[in-house]
Structures are given as C-alpha cells and as structure tokens.
Design a protein around this ligand. Structure first.
Ligand SMILES: [Zn+2]
Length: 285
C-alpha cells in the first residue's frame, strides 16, 4: 500500500518542487540506522545526483559564518552504530560521501545488545514506560543490559578504529545505553548524556561535539543537559528542514527508514512524507 503511495508521490512532481523551492535554500538532514549495502548504494547515487552532500562540520562552519553552503545541502546520519554500518565503508569511500554515525558508548565495542532489538517484547510499548520499569520488563523477557552475548550487534573497536581513519566518517554520541531520556530520572539522563561524551573521547580518541536524542525523544531538561555537557549541537527526529539559524540543540531530521525502495527514499528525503505525517497528526488531534 505504502509502496504505491510512494510511487504516486514520486511521480507527482512534488519531490522536484520541494527540492527546487524549499530544499535549495535549506539544509536537509536524513536519518538511517542499519541500511543494507544495496539500499545504501542506490540511495547514495540518488542523493549525489540531486543534492549536495555536506559533512556536519561544513554545516557547523557555515553556522559560524566561516563557510558558505551549497544549494540543496544534505547531511547523512546513522543512529546507534550498528555493525552493518562497517559494510558500507567501501561504498562510502568509493563515492566519497561524508556520513556521521551516532554511537552508544557502552554498547559499541562490546557484545552487549541493543534493547530495542530484543525479539520477544514490543519496543514501542517499552518506550512509553518510566526507565526503571522498562529495564525490569526487559529483564523479565531475558534481556540484560550488561551481558556479553555470543554475537555482537554494534560496531567493534577495530571497525571504529579503521573507519575513523577515513576522512568520510565522523562519529558522535547517542548516549551510553540508549534509554528514552525523558523517561529517566535526572541523574541517569545526565550521566547518559555527559558520560557517553567522556567515554567516546577517552576510549576512541574522538572529539565529540554532537548528540542524537535516542528515539528522538527530548524535553527542555535534555536540551539543557546536552548544552551543559559541552556539546555543540543535538539532533531530534522532528520532521523539518534546517537553516543556519535553527536552534542547534533541536536540529530537525527526516527518517528514511533504511528503505530499499528508491521511491520511498526520494519522497522521504524531499520532506513531503514528514509534512503529510504532521498534517495527519493535526487532523487526528
Ligand atoms: Zn537510536
């Protein structure tokens, strides 16, 4: 069903209009997680042809007035640091595309698992619970946050070391263990935000300036904590475009859902999908 909608929207001419009328003057940021090599190759080829892919640093420099941005600037981001991201390295290097990967500092480089990938429990329900309750429910379902499982899900230390030598990879923070921050008590939220910065800097020698709110969830409290911890910017999953004046701790992103469908990639990157979702929310409210 959705496929047919994406196809209709793609050929409606709207993506072209959005690109030329809105995105020409704005900065678009897209979010992926664990895209397959096939899907990434296809999406990268499309983005390279129709947008100007810039690094986060280019954007930050433009915000400081030290650089000018090309029209239709596009930033590519990956959340969580899934091990599959390493498989994209040859494509990224061949196509010379800068990407930013947001790592969970206590999961990366270990065999610990991502709680939201636990099979026998619905992650969306857990996201709505107070943090201690979420952890309890996970434990009852057989998931332990600190357990070293036989197989890993996150990038390994060696992979990060190899990727960070490439000029096309930039690593930033996505907390330590990926809790839903507004559901945490203050001490935990703060420890997850500032602790991940320290951990990534000390363990991997990275300079951490950016943060992505897990699941895109944040409140005024988190914004303040991120700023206090010394980050320069933070990414939400609020759908929308950015300018050089957008609040740096509330940068907007479009999720492209690791899709293998180029129709979906085109429609979601243009922002049409995000806009329709917003309208739909308003109608239902
Ligand atoms: Zn995440």
């Amino acid at each position: 069903m959705n496929n047919a909608i994406f196809r209709i929207l793609r050929y409606s001419g709207l993506p072209f209009l959005f690109r030329e009328l809105i995105q020409r003057r704005m900065v678009t940021i897209v979010m992926m997680h664990d895209m397959s090599v096939r899907a990434a190759e296809q999406a990268f080829r499309y983005w390279k042809k129709h947008y100007n892919i810039i690094s986060f640093n280019d954007y930050l420099k433009a915000r400081q007035g030290k650089a000018k941005l090309p029209p239709k600037s596009l930033i590519l981001t990956f959340d969580d640091g899934h091990k599959g991201n390493f498989l994209l390295m040859p494509v990224i290097e061949k196509m010379q595309i800068p990407v930013t990967i947001f790592l969970c500092s206590s999961i990366t480089g270990t065999n610990r698992h991502f709680w939201f990938l636990q099979k026998n429990i619905a992650p969306d329900k857990l996201k709505k619970l107070p943090d201690a309750e979420r952890i309890n429910k996970l434990r009852n379902a057989g998931f332990e946050e600190e357990k070293e499982y036989p197989g890993r899900q996150a990038l390994s230390r060696e992979e990060i070391d190899e990727m960070k030598r490439s000029p096309f990879f930039d690593f930033q923070s996505h907390t330590r263990t990926h809790p839903i921050l507004p559901q945490c008590v203050s001490s935990k939220a703060s420890e997850e935000i500032s602790g991940s910065k320290t951990e990534l800097e000390e363990k991997y020698g990275l300079k951490i300036r950016g943060f992505a709110y897990p699941n895109g969830d944040y409140s005024e409290r988190e914004i303040e904590m991120v700023e206090q911890a010394g980050y320069d910017y933070a990414l939400t999953t609020d759908a929308g475009y950015n300018s050089i004046n957008t609040n740096p701790f509330k940068l907007k992103r479009f999720s492209v859902n690791d899709s293998e469908s180029i129709d979906e990639i085109i429609v979601k990157t243009s922002g049409i999908w995000g806009l329709l979702k917003k309208l739909q929310c308003r109608i239902y409210l």
